[in-house]
Design a protein around this ligand. Structure first.
Ligand code: AMP
Length: 405
């Protein structure tokens, strides 16, 4: 019996999300999350999907990532799926920043760990937590292949014309200031799934992917390769997000520092945590914003309009970058669920061949589907993202024993 299971770990600063998949058939065996690591009120929620089981919850202090992963391992073991199982083929880790170096998923060794560490200055919030998760998992199963799947990797195909900022080249290179892009695992998965939905090979189609979750990003994908994306050096650039501003004049920062007397850290917090939808109207959940708009709330209406205006600008920009577009794909929490956002984003773009069929757009479903009229020149699709499946697929492709011919 060969090992076909892959554990996917997404280690944040105070949480670990995990899924166990069986790559023999892509099925999900278990999933869960440990939250508030390092606090007294940590929580573990584990769902043993293989047994159609009920979620088990557990609360109490979890001191660090090591304890968190041990708790996860114990929960998995209760279902006969423990980390010591011979059926576990590998652990796949989500790593946020892979810089220019990592263009593909990579089996982790000391050199890879050192490079992820070297990238901490450009990903101070994410890479340290990702590293902690990797080191903990390596200590638990030193014999098992561990694979890093980078959020930036899909975007490393961007040409220099899209990846560089127009600033002094020497300064940029010295500090590795360039556009890296994020959500790459999702953009890769969704662009491929969109081609599949159209019944065509990824190499044959041009797709604009709109990943609209609490974080949001757009990408232009030509023939399966990313040629531009809206996030940059950090996930702050681009679309209006739940709590991030997205694009703004960089001089806003100088102004807030010089005239507003704010510190760099205060501005960082303002733009990353207190801006976007929450800064504009106090809510970052699109459901709540839709409800408030229904009640005639003007701040919610304006927040929605600003969100849509920015989204439309990116659709237009990426249309121009690609020249011809076969499909636009909406994904992530807002993209998959918010029909009014999808309708508003393409409203008035009929001359670009873009339209949404009202009835199809209103359908709720977990399946990839087309929502454009049948004769539409450019298809509009809703494609649920699945970053865990993509990480597991990429991880397994690297470690599975060569097929016997
Ligand atoms: P994500 O980051 O992909 O998990 O997306 C989370 C966001 O999706 C939430 O903050 C909401 O704004 C949005 N969302 C989730 N469900 C719905 C829904 N049914 N309608 C509108 N927006 C939704």
């Amino acid at each position: 019996m060969s090992a076909t299971r892959v554990l996917v770990l997404n280690s944040g600063s105070s949480s670990v999300k995990y899924q166990l998949l069986d790559m023999a058939d892509g099925s999900r065996l278990a999933m869960g999350i440990v939250e508030r690591i390092g606090e007294e009120t940590s929580r573990l929620r584990h769902t043993p999907l293989a047994r159609g089981g009920e979620a088990r919850e557990w609360a109490g202090p979890v001191a660090d990532h090591d304890s968190a992963l041990k708790a996860v391992s114990e929960e998995l073991a209760r279902d006969g799926l423990g980390l010591d199982s011979p059926e576990l083929a590998a652990i796949g880790h989500r790593v946020v920043h892979g810089g220019k170096a990592f263009t593909e998923p990579t089996v982790i060794d000391d050199a890879v760990l050192a490079e992820i560490e070297r990238l901490i200055p450009v990903a101070p919030l994410h890479n340290p937590a990702n590293l902690t998760g990797i080191r903990t998992a390596m200590a638990l199963r030193p014999d098992l292949p561990q694979v890093a799947v980078f959020d930036t990797a899909f975007h490393t195909t961007m040409p220099e014309s899209a990846a560089r900022y127009a600033i002094d080249v020497e300064t940029a290179d010295e500090h590795r200031v360039r556009r890296y892009g994020f959500h790459g695992t999702s953009h890769a998965y969704v662009s491929r799934a969109t081609a599949e939905l159209l019944g065509r090979a990824p190499e044959e189609v041009n797709v604009i992917v709109l990943h609209l979750g609490n974080g949001a990003s757009a990408s232009a994908v030509r023939g399966g390769r990313c040629v531009d994306t809206s996030m940059g050096l950090t996930p702050l650039e681009g679309l209006v997000m739940g709590t991030r501003s997205g694009d703004l004049d960089p001089a806003v920062i100088f102004h807030l520092a010089r005239v507003g007397g704010m510190s760099i850290d205060e501005i960082d917090t303002l733009l990353n945590k207190k801006s976007g939808l929450v800064g504009l109207c106090g809510d970052n959940d699109m459901r709540e914003i839709e409800r408030r708009i229904g009640e005639g709330d003007e701040a919610a209406r304006l927040a929605f309009d600003i969100y849509i205006h920015r989204l439309k600008k990116y659709i237009g920009a990426y249309y121009a970058v690609l020249g011809t577009v076969d499909a636009i794909a909406f994904t992530a929490g807002v993209g998959e669920n918010a029909a009014p956002v999808r309708a508003a984003a393409v409203a008035g773009l009929e001359t670009l061949g873009l339209a949404v069929d009202g009835a199809l757009n209103a359908v709720r479903s977990d399946e990839p589907r087309l929502i454009s009229p049948e004769d539409a020149r450019v298809k509009v699709a809703v494609v649920p993202t699945d970053e865990e499946l993509e990480i597991a697929t990429q991880t397994y492709a690297l470690v599975r024993p060569a097929e016997k011919t």
